[in-house]
Ligand binder design. Structure first.
Ligand code: LFR
Length: 473
């Protein structure tokens, strides 16, 4: 039976948590998920710099993989956030910390690189707008601060770095590579000329390997035998891989970030798309994800931590949602893309200032604060949906909210209302599901991702939210 032994582990790392999820195909038609390991993640200070604690992350991933082997998983694959990288020398040593995209070293640098010509044609070439978080911009900041990259060093994106540390295999994959702003949008190969402008020669970037290819055996001591597969290593692409998008569908992949976009057969790197702030990232099945990089649950996550401190009690997401549902009345809306909100620290103070600018004084409370965050996010997403329709000329008729944010019923309803469109919410573990489906295809259990989704789609939980007329609100 071709489904026999069809067990795989997804390592899904987000900015606020990491998890290892074992997926099993039962009878060829339902996918069951079991989270075997979860840990908290977040940027930590290393002197003045915001970095990822790679030792902790790798140790946690290994603990998760041991549990996954014990649960019978035969393969694993990893997906993570985009843009961040580590440098590895020819002996395989990690050179310096892995700096996080929220670090201030790149502040204003994308605009400066645009101005001096380095990134002048980068959008046409790569399909990625000049953003301070891009790998390209981070490399420029590193070279500015530390001098040329060491001879023989290789730039490994976070999932590639972890793959290397687990198996010794050096390589990358199209979706994560596309977040660097250093890959040619048409050929999906490294843009050697653009790399050269950053002082990077092509030996410093690994080869882009095909989806589903083998990345070696995981070195797990006594727990031998597990192999690593290259899935869509960018969590956004993995999340989109979990759902079958119909014509007229847009997606919102909602976690710490929200990626609002559509899947297309071809890139759209026109001046209009650039003016609309749209990225062309590499998606599953050779698709291009035309999307805007929006703030997701980040503001709410930071707010929750600070509110817990100031209230002196724990808050649960469920409890927050109930308070918002019971007593939120639209009060103040703000620009969720305000750059000051992207950096950690004093989120409460920043929101109180924004509220005062709208003439709202006094203690805001949980319902008003979180309700305003969610409504402001929903309004931002509705604006992006408008922009996507205008730039592509294709009407959007339905929204798929995927990722952790799909569990947030208040937010999903607000998205439906603000966009005036039905929302299908789920799967919540979209990135892990997309990651697993690529592995099952690599095992030969399905002929294509489409085939895999068709087989297991109905076993994935999804909810529906219909837009309410303004008069019902
Ligand atoms: C989401 C995500 C976004 C990317 C951001 C920073 O987790 O991968 O797609 O723009 O993180 O890397």
């Amino acid at each position: 039976h071709r489904f026999e032994g069809c067990r795989a582990a997804a390592i899904d790392l987000g900015a606020s948590s990491g998890r290892v999820i074992v997926g099993v195909i039962e009878d060829g038609q339902s996918l069951s998920l079991r989270e075997v390991h979860r840990f908290e993640n977040g940027l930590v200070r290393h002197g003045e710099t915001l970095v990822w604690d790679m030792d902790k992350i790798v140790a946690q991933v290994e603990a998760g993989l041991v549990a996954a082997v014990e649960a019978g998983a035969k393969t694993c694959a990893i997906d993570t956030w985009g843009v961040d990288y580590g440098l590895v020398d020819s002996d395989g040593n990690l050179l310096g910390p892995v700096v996080g995209y929220r670090d201030a070293r790149t502040e204003g640098l994308a605009a400066a690189l645009l101005e001096d010509g380095t990134l002048a044609d980068a959008y046409e070439r790569t399909g990625i707008p000049p953003l301070d978080i891009n790998t390209s911009v981070q490399i420029a900041a590193q070279i500015r601060d530390e001098g040329p990259l060491p001879m023989g060093a290789q730039i490994l994106m976070v999932p590639d770095l972890i793959t290397f540390l687990l198996t010794g295999d050096r390589g990358t994959e199209a979706s994560i590579a596309s977040t660097t702003q250093l890959v040619d949008v048409a050929s999906k190969r490294q843009d050697v000329e653009l790399l050269g402008r950053f002082g990077v020669d092509d030996a410093m970037v690994p080869v882009i390997r095909p989806l589903g290819s083998d990345a070696g055996e995981v070195r797990l001591g006594d727990h031998a035998g597990m192999r690593m597969v290259r899935a869509c290593e960018h969590d956004t692409a993995s999340a989109v891989a979990s759902i079958g998008l119909e014509p007229g569908d847009a997606f919102i992949s909602c976690g710490t970030w929200s990626l609002v976009g559509v899947a297309r057969d071809t890139p759209l790197a026109t001046p209009e798309a650039l003016a609309a702030g749209l990225s062309n990232e590499s998606g599953p099945d050779a698709s291009t994800l035309l999307l805007a990089n929006c703030t997701g649950l980040w503001i709410a996550q930071q707010l929750k931590i600070e509110m817990e401190e100031s209230l002196g009690r724990g808050l649960t997401w469920q409890g927050v949602a109930e308070e918002v549902r019971a007593s939120y009345a639209s009060t103040f809306l703000f620009d969720t893309e305000d750059p000051s909100l992207a950096r950690p620290g004093d989120m409460l103070g920043k929101l109180e200032r924004l509220a005062r600018e709208e003439g709202i004084e006094g203690d805001l409370g949980v319902a008003t604060l979180f309700g305003s965050v969610y409504e402001s996010l929903a309004r931002q997403y509705a604006q992006v949906i408008e922009r996507l329709q205008r730039v592509t000329g294709d009407p959007i008729e339905r929204i798929r909210v995927i990722g952790g944010g799909s569990r947030n019923a208040v937010l999903c309803q607000m998205v439906a209302d603000e966009c005036g469109l039905p929302v299908i919410a789920g799967p919540a573990e979209a990135s892990a599901v997309g990651n697993l489906l690529v592995q099952f295809c690599a095992h030969g259990a399905f002929c294509s991702l489409e085939d895999a989704r068709r087989a297991v789609g109905s076993s994935l939980e999804c909810g529906t939210y219909l837009p309410r007329a303004a008069s019902d609100l």
